[in-house]
Design a protein around this ligand. Structure first.
Ligand SMILES: NC(=O)c1ccc[n+]([C@@H]2O[C@H](COP(=O)([O-])OP(=O)(O)OC[C@H]3O[C@@H](n4cnc5c(N)ncnc54)[C@H](OP(=O)(O)O)[C@@H]3O)[C@@H](O)[C@H]2O)c1
Length: 292
């Protein structure tokens, strides 16, 4: 496939690029501002909110498939600048969707578990999405434009974990590095997700990009765990002192926005469309990861 990957310079993008190249696809790796190479491919900076730059880049790369992972992905950044958050996460997605719809190209959009309000566990694709974080509201607002693309897929991805391959530390690197240097780390015991490691998420998304699955699909792990459980198990799997992994509650912290308590995803549809795929648990995923 001839693929444009937006967000190729990001955390998930680095893993997606590796998976796409490994599968023999021809990839144009778009970044926002980052320059240089990833996996031997030159990054192409394309400001997604710049209509003319976006259209010119699409015209020259002429992708059969767009995997759209570019976004302002930090909830706090979107809260601080919701206008910019909307321009990137909603406006740019709409333009990409229009381009794909007009030419019958495939579009795979990485949405998020944070489109749900977190009031109960195990959210299904057809459950009402009622985001309570501004970041979740922007991702949710982008979904209809992708669903209007005849070959569009909204992949709602769970919390991702694993070591960064994009040259910039993520939450997981920072936490594990701190534990490695003996600093205690505190995680919520009352915020639940169905986390998935980056490499598995990338493998699933690349497989889906080459499929004819459309609509909304939940992509996550099968275990529902708290952030505390995730990081305690990760620390143990990586041989770090689990006594340094401490627990607190969301109620102990003054948060700028309320955080959804439980956005665990029901992934039965994914199991139906790809029955052979068995997501690794936290220990299995980290055993094969580079930083272990
Ligand atoms: N990580 C997770 O746990 C998770 C969970 C669910 C869904 N997702 C979704 O997965 C996708 C990737 O997340 P991530 O964690 O990999 O994010 P990330 O590390 O923050 O990467 C974001 C990417 O988007 C690019 N970007 C940002 N603003 C842009 C703009 N205006 N124009 C062009 N490119 C722009 C960045 O480019 P530069 O850095 O080069 O500027 C970077 O490549 C996002 O859509 C996110 O919503 C992530």
């Amino acid at each position: 496939m001839r693929v444009v990957l937006t967000g190729a310079s990001g955390q998930l993008g680095a893993y997606l690029l590796e998976a796409l190249i490994g599968a023999g696809h021809e990839v144009s790796a778009w970044s926002g501002r980052a320059v240089g190479e990833r996996c031997g491919i030159k990054l192409r900076p394309v400001e997604l909110t710049d209509k003319r730059a976006l259209e010119a880049a699409l015209a020259s790369d002429d992708p059969e498939v767009v995997i759209h992972a570019g976004a302002i992905s930090a909830a706090e950044a979107v809260r601080r600048d919701p206008e910019r958050g909307r321009a990137v996460n909603v406006g740019a997605t709409l333009r990409l969707a229009d381009w794909c719809a007009e030419r019958d190209r495939r579009l795979v959009f990485t949405s998020t578990d944070l489109v749900f309000d977190g009031s109960r566990p195990w959210w299904r694709e057809d459950d009402p999405a009622n985001p309570i974080l501004e970041y979740g509201r922007t991702k949710r607002a982008a979904e209809p434009s992708v669903l209007a693309v005849p070959r569009g897929l909204v992949a709602r991805v769970s919390l991702l974990y694993g070591f960064s391959r994009c040259g910039r530390d993520g939450f997981f690197d920072r936490a594990i590095n701190a534990l490695r240097s003996g600093e205690p780390q505190v995680f919520f015991n009352d915020e639940f997700r169905t986390p998935l490691d980056y490499a598995s998420a990338a493998a699933v998304l690349v497989n889906l990009a080459g499929s004819d699955v459309t609509g909304v699909l939940h992509v996550g792990g099968r275990e529902r765990v708290s952030r505390y459980d995730l990081m305690r198990r990760a620390a143990a799997a990586l041989g770090h002192n689990t006594d340094l992994v401490r627990t607190n509650s969301r109620a102990d912290v003054v948060l700028p926005e309320p955080r959804p308590a439980d956005v665990s995803l029901d992934t039965s549809r994914l199991a139906q469309v790809w029955p052979e795929w068995e997501p690794p648990n936290i220990e299995q995923a980290l055993r094969t990861s580079r930083g272990a």
